[in-house]
Design a protein around this ligand. Structure first.
Ligand code: ZN
Length: 352
């Protein structure tokens, strides 16, 4: 698992180079036909070993390298930075947020008026906020920061106890880490096509191109998804005190039934659940109609690709401090590898 390294790398959408370099180092000896396409996606092939007599599909596993963050849009006369969000970030987490600006990772903080001054001040929108990097004039900033520079959460990865991990960008560095583990593992009886994609957070852009290039028979997006379980972690999904916990930490990999971008084919979903059951891997179902994943773009590529999503439940995604459980990571990896071993073409024959 290279989650720490991946979490601490900065790869705000459209500028994923640092993440790409880490992944390339770790998959180099474990895959062939490794390419970087015009979008910046990494694609790679892990060839089937001993496929046997039953026809095996070419399986695309996709994980996105990009993370939500910000971009510099201008520099004010007092040396503070104007900025805009890249991807979905809740305005409520912005005040006093620690950030890193540009390739040099210049430390800064999103300014906020002290509570002593104005206790009643409501959270203001991003356009009225600025980033303070300790400069006092525009001249002082010139040469260090320019419009277009990406801004990331300033966040260290750490372990909370022995079972829980905390860090930024678990959406979707956890998927990237799992996909690296899959490529380093094996062998598998089917061709595994890997796509480490770009620009998912701003519209599933890289995955669309990767799917068109790779033309898989079936695809699975690997994700870190929202666990909205903290208000009452023991609540059942139908508990009215938690209207939609989506999924829970510790309950195993999350299988998407539907989201805003995709309805998973019931036959494919049924296969994933059967594989999990036969290997005694716990799973949970996600039926939240919000959000989307790379599978939303992949399933509509070419003549269509049966697609599913397997996610690690994470709390506080799109913030500097997401949480996930080691057991969920291990169960998710085990499920993906079991699926690769068990998946045959007839599972995709939706007429039979
Ligand atoms: Zn994601």
């Amino acid at each position: 698992m290279i989650l720490k390294e991946l979490s601490e790398a900065v790869g705000v959408s459209g500028d994923e180079a640092a993440v790409r370099q880490i992944i390339l180092q770790h998959i180099d000896e474990h895959a062939e036909d490794i390419r970087i396409d015009a979008m910046g996606n990494i694609t790679a092939l892990k060839r089937a070993v001993k496929p046997g007599r039953r026809p095996r599909p070419r399986v695309l596993l996709a994980a996105h390298m990009d993370e939500v963050g910000f971009m510099v849009t201008g520099i004010d006369g007092d040396g503070s930075l104007r900025f805009t969000a890249i991807g979905g970030i809740d305005d409520r987490i912005l005040p006093a947020l620690r950030v890193r600006v540009g390739e040099e990772g210049i430390p800064g903080v999103i300014l906020w008026t002290p509570i002593h001054k104005n206790r009643d001040q409501a959270t203001r929108g991003i356009s009225s906020l600025r980033i303070d990097i300790g400069a006092s004039s525009k001249d002082e900033v010139a040469g260090k920061v320019k419009p277009g520079d990406r801004i990331a959460f300033d966040s260290a990865y750490m372990e909370l106890g022995s079972e829980t991990l905390r860090g930024k960008a678990f959406d979707d560095r956890v998927g990237c880490s799992l996909l690296v583990d899959v490529l380093q593992g094996g062998p598998y009886p089917c061709d595994v096509l890997a796509a480490f994609t770009v620009q998912e957070e701003i519209g599933l852009r890289g995955a669309k191109v990767a799917a068109q290039t790779l033309k898989p028979d079936v695809a699975i997006a690997l994700e870190g998804t929202t666990a909205n379980d903290i208000l009452n972690p023991t609540a059942e999904p139908d508990d009215p005190t938690v209207p939609n916990p989506t999924c829970k930490l510790g309950d195993g990999p999350v299988l998407t039934v539907m989201d805003a971008s995709l309805i998973v084919n019931p036959r494919l979903l049924g296969f994933l659940r059967a594989v999990a059951d036969s290997h005694s891997i716990p799973t949970q179902l996600k039926t939240s109609p919000g959000g989307g994943t790379d599978a939303g773009a992949i399933h509509r590529a070419g003549a269509g690709v049966p697609s599913a999503v397997i996610s690690v439940p994470c709390r506080y995604i799109h913030s500097p401090a997401a949480l996930l459980r080691r057991s969920d990571y291990a169960h998710t990896l085990a499920l993906i590898q079991a699926v690769l071993r068990d998946l045959t073409m007839d599972v995709l024959d939706f007429d039979s």
